[in-house]
Design a protein around this ligand. Structure first.
Ligand SMILES: [Zn+2]
Length: 222
């Protein structure tokens, strides 16, 4: 069996991060831990940090980093992640969070193997996002170059496949710019520690997965 891995994956919208996280999770047999999902799960399960996070969210407040890290810690300490590792997607988002994550992983004796930035230039990201079409029922993703087989009717559920309203060019440009501002210090933080690999996100999903696995395996084999 392939050894597991402990990874953080970064990448702006349009880089195909979700797809590659799923593929990496299958390849290394580790859970794909998306922060949005674990927040919902921990609130539902009524975990200590889940309940704390819920209070802030209900009040419409930003959840403080120490609580976010608490939610992540609760998840990473579960058996699957302990045994095999994890792919963290959507966290950390800031250099301060990266520092807090690093400290927590150190305490739990599960250091990261690598942080990967899936890199795509802004124009290419814009083109991908502007071509994106989404099923209004099940959220399956298509594009103008890869439409459903019958006339914008979802292959999975028969729902209507549409362009999301917030996928206009202006809105996409704004989201991409916001991502840059927020993420630059985070990427610099990992770079300074020699813990970052940058991977070109242009290519077929198979090509990109091959690149990722090559870099990760090289890192894990000292
Ligand atoms: Zn659908």
């Amino acid at each position: 069996m392939v050894p597991g891995a402990r990874l953080v994956i970064l990448g702006r919208q349009g880089a195909g991060k979700g797809t590659q996280c799923m593929r990496l999770a299958r390849h290394y047999v580790v859970p794909h831990i998306s922060t949005g999902d674990i927040f919902r799960a921990s609130v539902k399960a009524g975990s200590e940090f889940g309940l704390k996070a819920d209070e802030f969210m209900r009040a419409g407040k930003l959840v403080p980093d120490e609580i976010v890290v608490g939610v992540v810690r609760e998840r990473l300490c579960q058996r699957d992640a302990r045994l095999r590792g994890f792919i963290l997607d959507g966290f950390p988002r800031t250099a301060a969070q990266a520092e807090a994550l690093d400290k927590m992983l150190d305490e739990e004796d599960m250091p990261l193997d690598l942080t990967i930035d899936l890199e795509i230039d802004e124009e290419a990201a814009l083109r991908r996002l502007a071509a994106r079409r989404v099923c209004s029922t099940c959220a399956s993703i298509y594009s103008t170059s890869r439409p459903p087989s019958i006339d914008w009717t979802c292959d999975n559920c028969g729902g209507e496949v549409v362009q999301r309203q917030d996928d206009t060019e202006d809105a996409i440009r704004k989201r991409l710019a916001d991502y840059n501002d927020l993420t630059k210090p985070l990427i610099a933080w990992y770079e300074e520690r020699g813990a970052l690999a940058t991977i070109d996100a242009l290519g077929t999903p198979d090509e990109i997965l091959d690149r990722l696995v090559a870099v990760i395996d090289a890192r894990k084999r000292p």
